[in-house]
Design a binder for this molecule. Structure first.
Ligand code: SAH
Length: 221
């Protein structure tokens, strides 16, 4: 369960402000009620600096330091819809923890989320935040997401929230048969959001839309 520090319902983090975001996501085509409910419930303002909290329920990406961003709610909703389209996944690998917002949304629909981040201070803060929110089915790793997280493979779902120029081979290998990889792929300026489903040694690819993510960088910081 999510415990929420902002129970006051006052100001820009109020229920009304959140409801406006949910309405907007519906207008933009998010139809999965469970995903919408989860986004209504996860306090996005606690994932950004206090100075930005008044903008936390706008449908935009925001800076989180270290040159990184918290993803736009629409993109989080779309990726989560794709991730859970064929039921509740047992094991989910997330690459690019960042502030942990997508992690928190995903954790509501998963057995265990394994989340990898290359910037240590971001990872630490995300871990603390999720603990405070009472979300306990997430394992974190400071590492290079290009390599996935082999020890826990195979994964039912792999979700990548930073963009490589091409799909990392390790991630395809760590996908379970029938599993699904949701990943933005392309150059720095614009990418295609791909849904890749594994069928034995074959991989079916579908384009979900066009997105802009920060790049999937090599190595760790
Ligand atoms: N998932 C976040 C958005 C994260 S932004 C959200 O919910 O809003 C992308 C993140 O990917 C950044 O924190 C960045 O440091 C991380 N990243 C980039 N390259 C990486 C890599 N090779 N391995 C792990 N994380 C990486």
């Amino acid at each position: 369960m999510i415990s929420d520090r902002d129970k006051s319902g006052i100001g820009m983090t109020s229920a009304r402000t959140r409801e406006r975001l949910i309405r907007r996501l519906k207008e933009e085509g998010i139809g999965n009620e469970a995903v919408l409910n989860r986004i209504r419930e996860v306090p996005r303002h606690l994932f950004v600096d206090e100075a930005l909290s008044s903008r936390a329920y706008e449908d935009t990406a925001l800076p989180i330091g270290h040159g990184q961003t918290i993803s736009q709610p629409y993109v989080v909703a779309r990726m989560t819809e794709a991730a859970i389209a064929s039921g509740r996944p047992g094991k989910v690998l997330e690459i690019g923890t960042g502030c942990g917002y997508q992690t928190a949304v995903l954790a509501g629909f998963s057995g265990t989320v394994y989340s990898v981040e290359r910037i240590a201070p971001l990872l630490k803060r995300a871990r603390d935040r999720l603990r405070q929110l009472g979300i306990h089915n997430v394992r974190f790793r400071h590492g290079d997401g290009w390599e996935g997280w082999r020890a826990n493979a195979p994964y039912d779902v792999i979700l990548v929230t930073a963009a490589p120029p091409e799909t990392p081979k390790a991630l395809l290998q760590q996908l379970a048969d029938g599993g699904r990889l949701v990943i933005p792929v392309g150059p720095r300026t614009h990418q295609e959001l791909l849904e890749i489903t594994r069928r034995g040694d074959d991989y079916e690819e579908r384009v979900l839309g066009h997105v802009i993510f920060v790049p999937l960088l090599p190595g760790v910081d």
